[in-house]
Design a protein around this ligand. Sequence first.
Ligand SMILES: *[C@@H]1O[C@H](CO)[C@@H](O)[C@H](O)[C@H]1NC(C)=O
Ligand SMILES: *[C@@H]1O[C@H](CO)[C@@H](O)[C@H](O)[C@H]1NC(C)=O
Ligand SMILES: *[C@@H]1O[C@H](CO)[C@@H](O)[C@H](O)[C@H]1NC(C)=O
Ligand SMILES: *[C@@H]1O[C@H](CO)[C@@H](O)[C@H](O)[C@H]1NC(C)=O
Ligand SMILES: *[C@@H]1O[C@H](CO)[C@@H](O)[C@H](O)[C@H]1NC(C)=O
Ligand SMILES: *[C@@H]1O[C@H](CO)[C@@H](O)[C@H](O)[C@H]1NC(C)=O
Length: 676
Amino acid sequence: MEALLLLLAFASLANARDTLTPTQPLLHNQTLLSRTQIFELGFFTPKYSNKWYLGIWFHKIPTQTPIWVANRETPLPKSSSGALIINNNGHLSLFNQTRHVIWSSNGGSASGGAKNPIVRLLDNGNLVVVESEAAKSDDPNGYFWQSYDYPSDTLLDGMKMGWDLGTGLNRKLTSWKSLSDPSMGDFVYELDRRGLPEMVLRNGSAKLFRTGPWNGFQFSGTPEVKNNSIFKPVFVSNDEELYFLSVSNDESVISRLYLSPLGEICRLTWNERVSDWIVTINVQKDMCNRYGLCGVYGICNVDEPVLCKCLNGFVPNSPDDWSRVDWSGGCRRRKDLECDKGGDDGFQKLSFVKVPDSTFSWVNKSMSLGECQVKCLKNCSCTAYANFDIKGSGSGCVLWFDDLIDLREFSAGGGQDLYVRLAASELVIAGIQDAGSKKKKRPVVVIASVTVIIGTLLIGTILWCLIERAKSRQRGEQYINREEDSAAEAQRELELPLFDFVTVETATNKFSHGNKIGEGGFGPVYKGELPNGQEIAVKRLSKNSRQGLNEFKNEVIFISKLQHRNLVRLLGCCIQREEMMLIYEYMPNKSLDSFIFDQTRSNLLSWEKRFDIINGIALGLLYLHRDSRLRIIHRDLKAANVLLDVEMNPKISDFGLARIFGGDETEANTRRVVGT
Ligand SMILES: *[C@@H]1O[C@H](CO)[C@@H](O)[C@H](O)[C@H]1NC(C)=O
Ligand SMILES: *[C@@H]1O[C@H](CO)[C@@H](O)[C@H](O)[C@H]1NC(C)=O
Ligand SMILES: *[C@@H]1O[C@H](CO)[C@@H](O)[C@H](O)[C@H]1NC(C)=O
Ligand SMILES: *[C@@H]1O[C@H](CO)[C@@H](O)[C@H](O)[C@H]1NC(C)=O
Ligand SMILES: *[C@@H]1O[C@H](CO)[C@@H](O)[C@H](O)[C@H]1NC(C)=O
Ligand SMILES: *[C@@H]1O[C@H](CO)[C@@H](O)[C@H](O)[C@H]1NC(C)=O
């Protein structure tokens, strides 16, 4: 009896179900909710679109973020209705108003004789077709079909990207055409299993970016994608499967890998405080990640004033090697190899490099490095060799037979050793006995001044922080204990986290010269990386510019409360050990002027995008002028003070000269000339 009542109670919660059976279709006005309400499946309309798609999104996140779309190419017209139905064979079909099938789950093993199939939305965002008795079990072997096998543009932790070698299933990300159109865009990010397996981003058939092969710890070309407090990357290669996967290290953090319609790969993390997705890792953030930027036998290093140079023993193919913008012509050998003439060749060792494109390489996973060298020397068309795996003292062998392309070197902490074949006489001439040992180079700051731009915003905040610090004696924790005393009240009002000095110091590599990205009016700006992988820009107030504290005190409290998509975001501050620092989100795309006044970069901005940017700036200003609690006049608005995030959304920055007006004030006079 009790059980029956319970059953009835559940039945009445019709809207909170997580399963569909053949007798219960999902109508256009209904949704499925996963058991603990993390994910929701239903029909949605993207921003600026008038079409309907069946998709899965995070139930609790206010900005609807679809992580999977079923009918990407066959949307429903907005005013019509539709239904998702599972038939008795376990086949999912999406019907439109006139009962035509516009999408179905063909593929998978759905036809493989399910007796009593149901479809269930799991708490990990996977939509699965299972036998109803087995529905409670989470055994993937029991799935007749799963949405995880057909990713859209998003990879959640736990989702595989790569190959089922038995069935030939290739799970890959395909970008949306635009933010309002989920249909297949130009960009595909997938695991290329030829040669040394690695992840590759393509635009149509053109390679844009490769991660470098997995070296046992991480992808050798993307040292930033490593085990951190949020996730751990995993690469699995065996006889049946070859895939990449990330495993969540912190279930409380909502995070995803995303391929944007502009072809950017980034990891986004949901930030409750600002109620928005924040980019924690932007995989192709620097120029050296552009495939083949330096041409064949060229090598790229972001820490050098000129990004590209030829490998030792090679000379540029085109004569004017200085001040070149286009290096795609690459380099050629100064001396031909002597192998063909029966002479001797040797190898130059490069360290900390992302190995060249290995699509056509030869691999043996058990050979030693010594055997590898011998094997390479024996074949005159072998151009380089390396270890397959660098765990321990290294193992396995990879041989290259074609021209080496898409090499880059890291100043530290990335890549692996690579041995490049040169004529023996060249090794002598170039004096490359110790070619492997890296010279200590002074990193040169090439990054445009994100920083200068980020500017002087909120000196006041610093000041407020200072005052706050005096009140609260918090130490050794990243965030202040908010329940402390009356000071905590203001803190609560500001909702501005305090960062621990050690955290910031570690993040910026002890404020190293290599991390400095610019110099603002009030001090240097450093790039840093928090333990969770999030990139930050840290503005450090120099000690001699602490004037006018009181003047700014009030302003600070308000400015740190400003919160809008189109204003640059302050993540927190740090006041410890006589230091005052502001911590901002890092803007990988730098400022607007770096696009519109640059011949090549300006081509990246379509008129559509420009229009969006203009709109964004206007919205930011509207907020400052009208919608925020105060009227704030920026007084120094220019392209250099507009930063661009990974999706090229504009963010107004640098409020150093801003002025606050009373709500009823409509005009004011000033005797001071400010701005540019
Ligand atoms: C959903 O749509 C169906 C068919 O259009 C309609 O009969 C039903 O009343 C709607 N349900 C709700 C909750 O709006
Ligand atoms: C349903 O789909 C069929 C086939 O694609 C199409 O001919 C028909 O116009 C669609 N009906 C509606 C209402 O969209
Ligand atoms: C992608 O390819 C298209 C067509 O070939 C081209 O117009 C576009 O500029 C490319 N985009 C990028 C980012 O390479
Ligand atoms: C990965 O990082 C987390 C947190 O930083 C740590 O607890 C864990 O031990 C690390 N795991 C491995 C295998 O390094
Ligand atoms: C790889 O090298 C080992 C040791 O030299 C050898 O025994 C094995 O046959 C090689 N495998 C392939 C596929 O060449
Ligand atoms: C050298 O290697 C290439 C590519 O694997 C192969 O086609 C060629 O036959 C080899 N040459 C010799 C002499 O082994």
